[in-house]
Design a protein around this ligand. Structure first.
Ligand code: URA
Length: 186
């Protein structure tokens, strides 16, 4: 079994799909590797590509605020994305790109063994939970798969465009907090 640092090394040289051609950095993911709680977004944007870190732009700032509202910081969670390289022009990742990249995420999950995975946005929910998920309707519930509780919520970039949806997101974050507390008390 790889260590996370070894997997990061391998991933940093990845050319399994065409996204490697336009990238500045692979955005592998970061955070606490002993955590129970993992957040998975869609793919790096331009700030993330430039800095090689997930969620460092405006959406990332909002994510930090939402975490703070439930008394969490990034140092307590692990954050990564479905695809590790920026799709050009911030388009959605293509199915073939997702398929090529997923083994890295599967390894990350296998190594970190989170008890809760929060999927951020529609693509992440569809890939991780169920292709038929409609994020605005099906968010904010627990979907149990094996030993992991998946909680789909809205993407922070969506919340920046639709501030009135922040109240829904707050409900989801309260559920995340409650579920984490239950797990920690076991
Ligand atoms: N949006 C994502 O889905 N992931 C990031 O890392 C940044 C923005």
């Amino acid at each position: 079994m790889y260590k996370l640092s070894e997997l990061n090394q391998i991933c940093s040289k990845c050319n399994r799909c065409k996204l490697n051609e336009g990238r500045i950095n692979v955005v592998f993911g970061e955070g606490n590797i002993n955590t129970d709680l993992m957040f998975i977004g869609e793919g790096p944007g331009s700030n993330e590509d430039r800095l090689g870190r997930p969620f460092v732009g405006k959406a990332g700032n909002l994510l930090d605020k939402m975490l703070k509202a439930i008394n969490l910081t990034r140092s307590e969670i692990y954050i990564t994305n479905i695809v590790k390289c920026r799709p050009p022009g911030n388009r959605n990742p293509e199915e073939s790109e997702i398929e090529k990249c997923l083994p890295y995420l599967r390894w990350q999950v296998k190594i970190i063994q989170p008890k809760i995975i929060v999927s951020l946005g529609s693509i992440s929910a569809k890939v991780l939970i169920d292709d038929n998920i409609k994020i605005t309707k099906d968010r904010g519930r627990i979907y149990k798969k094996g030993n992991i509780k998946f909680i789909p919520t809205l993407h922070p970039a969506y919340l920046l465009r639709n501030p009135s949806a922040k109240k829904d997101s707050w409900e989801d974050f309260k559920l995340i907090s409650k579920t984490l507390k239950e797990i920690r008390s076991i």
